[in-house]
Design a protein around this ligand. Structure first.
Ligand SMILES: [Zn+2]
Length: 425
């Protein structure tokens, strides 16, 4: 039998039907395992009268209720970590809390390795070669180099996002790399400084992850760096969920390691077609199985042939995370992409504003922090207010504060739109 770690690289050649068989086999194991070893699932299965042996096919997954963030918060670690694992010996990762209450997930060593290999697979699918170096612009602390990295395979140079864009450019200029890996917002800040710098920055490709990549930012980054961007969808809970191939038309779901369902407005779910909220099942982590976890991201899934030959279905992320959405006094909901698109077009590209953050404190009250750019003047405040008012289309108050800087969150991300108002049904 092929070692599961090797299978990661063989699975890219499998057809959809065979991949589904892999999913079903792993799902059957997981349902039994969770029932026997995880107190939370044991209880849930009993309440819903689910017999683990009745979870046989992908369609059967619908019998298991959806897991939400609060279920994890309330049950971590005692009831949701497997009895067979000591949480202190697991690898724990916590979400930044930018999308609600932070949660922690415990991973067993096998699943960490497996997720890392999936990450490597996604990287190689971009055309990155195993002996090439990656400039990894991310938040610290950085993990220790793995043995293969010390041997010169998939070498990484870490650069902290806490550095100024100028310093990041200086560091990039000193190393010989092929791929830049970074958050869109940080990359955008760096890209803006490129024209005025004397450094020769010539990546072969860019990989973005961790934030919404808007069309406008993508175009700007690709023009400035003169290369293509590959967007990856990664989360703390499941590492890399999906990634773009060279055709850049949606992100292929790592379906041999995960089941991704989409829940539409009526609450129905589908694994191959539709729009809605992502429901994700991790098929590898035994230490803390997450079955049908509603992660809070919305988008679409489609299962059609891609020219690259990979038969993994493709997803697109919409507007950002659920709680980036702004609900107006009338009940109308506006996504962050619409707001970002209008503001980017007018300001950020012209250097009038360096950074901004819009916070909806109450339904009709918005506070905006602005860090002035080098073309800033007093009129910009009025202009900003007018544009925001126009996008929101409803009578709201907008208060603007000029700031020297806007701090990034724990994971080094700049969240430019944030709502503290819970969305009403
Ligand atoms: Zn493809």
């Amino acid at each position: 039998m092929t070692h599961p770690h090797v299978s990661v690289f063989l699975n890219i050649n499998k057809d959809y039907h065979s991949l589904q068989k892999i999913q079903e086999k792993k799902l059957r194991f997981l349902a039994n395992y969770a029932y026997n070893k995880v107190a939370y699932y044991n209880k849930v299965f009993k309440i819903y009268d689910i017999k683990p042996n009745n979870i046989r096919t992908l369609g059967d997954i619908k019998k298991i209720p959806i897991l939400n963030r609060m279920d994890i918060v309330k049950n971590y670690p005692q009831s949701i970590v497997s009895k067979s694992f000591n949480v202190k010996k697991c690898y724990e990762r916590s979400t930044s809390g930018s999308s609600g209450i932070p949660i922690t997930v415990a991973f067993d060593n096998f699943s960490v390795r497996n997720y890392e290999l999936i990450g490597i697979r996604s990287l190689l699918l971009t055309g990155h070669k195993i002996l090439d170096r990656i400039a990894y612009i991310w938040y610290p602390p950085f993990r220790k180099d793995r043995l293969y990295e010390r041997l010169g395979i998939l070498k990484k140079t870490y650069i902290s996002v806490d550095n100024t864009p100028e310093l990041i450019l200086e560091k990039l200029a000193k190393i010989n790399y092929k791929t830049i890996y970074c958050y869109p917002s940080v990359l955008f800040e760096i890209a803006k400084k490129l024209d005025n710098s004397n450094y020769k920055i010539k990546p072969k490709r860019i990989i973005t992850q961790g934030e919404l990549l808007t069309k406008e930012v993508r175009k700007f980054i690709e023009e400035k760096f003169d290369c293509k961007t590959f967007n990856h969808y990664g989360t703390t809970e499941f590492y890399i969920i999906a990634s773009e191939c060279r055709y850049h038309d949606g992100m292929h779901v790592n379906m041999d390691n995960l089941i991704v369902e989409i829940k539409n407005k009526d609450g129905n779910t589908s694994i191959d077609y539709g729009k809605g909220s992502f429901i994700i099942t991790g098929l590898t982590n035994k230490a803390m199985p997450l079955i049908r976890y509603e992660i809070g991201d919305i988008g679409s899934i489609k299962n059609e042939k891609c020219n690259c030959g990979l038969e993994f279905p493709k997803i697109d992320l919409f507007e950002g995370r659920n709680d980036d959405f702004i609900q107006l006094p009338s009940g109308k909901i506006i996504g962050p992409r619409k707001i970002a698109t209008n503001l980017y077009k007018i300001f950020t590209f012209t250097n009038k504003i360096e950074k901004y953050r819009i916070v909806q404190n109450m339904t009709e009250k918005f506070i905006v922090d602005i860090v002035p750019g080098n073309k800033f003047n007093e009129n910009v405040i009025t202009e900003f207010k007018n544009i925001l008012q126009k996008v929101l289309e409803e009578p709201v108050t907008i208060k603007i504060k000029i700031k020297k800087n806007i701090p990034k969150n724990l994971h080094g991300k700049l969240r430019s739109i944030e709502s503290k108002v819970k969305i009403r049904e």
